[in-house]
Design a protein around this ligand. Structure first.
Ligand code: ADP
Ligand code: 5GP
Length: 192
């Protein structure tokens, strides 16, 4: 992906909508993009690699990082802490790199509210499901959550979907190829 000033591209949307699928492909096909590896207190899923998908930390470490201001944003989601480490975001943006953040909606809102104070150009992208039924089916098919966690993720999704309106770009992930093409455009596009 050519030209361009550095910026953050925040990819958000409900659990199961396909954020990871889209972002992993984007990073694979565009290795010049930087990916912000988040910290989380949640347990590692099979196939997830420490330091690649997440930095898996215990609750004490997460709280200590939050207390000393080591996160650009952080939020509680479904009983676990998730946070974007401040380092090395500013350095990447200063180098002109586009930095992908895959985060939930509360964290995206924090960044939106702090955008001018942080002095970082940002673009906010919301991934929508074709329908609530298909969202439920995808979470179930992924098979990473037990029944209770799956249902609570769906409940959270109801509230998250109400937030789509304030994002700069909305992409419906019905056909994966179409959604991916739109994401590439959103990351590549000009402006801030
Ligand atoms: P998220 O990161 O938003 O929680 P995932 O990327 O893990 O979501 O996707 C959830 C499930 O939906 C996965 O099993 C994935 O393969 C599937 N999926 C993603 N995009 C599509 C799509 N366009 N059509 C059908 N299934 C999809
Ligand atoms: P999961 O447990 O499915 O990996 O992630 C749950 C939710 O947390 C997803 O919406 C994911 O995008 C989000 N998330 C991942 N990293 C961060 C982060 O650093 N900050 C915030 N606020 N959310 C995150």
């Amino acid at each position: 992906m050519s030209e361009a000033a550095g910026r953050l591209v925040i990819v958000s949307g409900p659990s199961g909508v396909g954020k990871s699928t889209l972002v992993q492909r984007l990073l694979h096909e565009h290795p010049e993009l930087a990916f912000s590896v988040s910290c989380t207190t949640r347990a590692r899923r099979p196939g997830e690699v420490e330091g690649v998908h997440y930095r898996f930390v215990d609750r004490a470490t997460f709280q200590e990082m939050a207390a000393r201001g080591a996160f650009l944003e952080h939020a509680e989601y479904n009983g676990n802490g998730y946070g974007t480490p401040l380092e090395p975001i500013h350095a990447w943006v200063a180098q002109g790199r586009r930095v992908i953040l895959e985060i939930e909606v509360q964290g995206a809102r924090q960044l939106k509210d702090k955008q001018s104070a942080l002095g970082l150009p940002m673009r906010f992208v919301f991934i929508l499901p074709p329908s609530k039924e298909q969202l439920a089916a995808r979470i179930q098919r992924r098979g990473t959550e037990d029944e209770a966690k799956r249902l609570s993720r769906l409940k959270i999704a109801e509230r998250e979907l109400e937030q789509a309106a304030w994002f700069d770009v909305r992409i419906v992930n019905e056909n994966l190829e179409d959604a991916y093409a739109q994401l590439v455009c959103a990351v590549r596009g000009g402006g801030g």
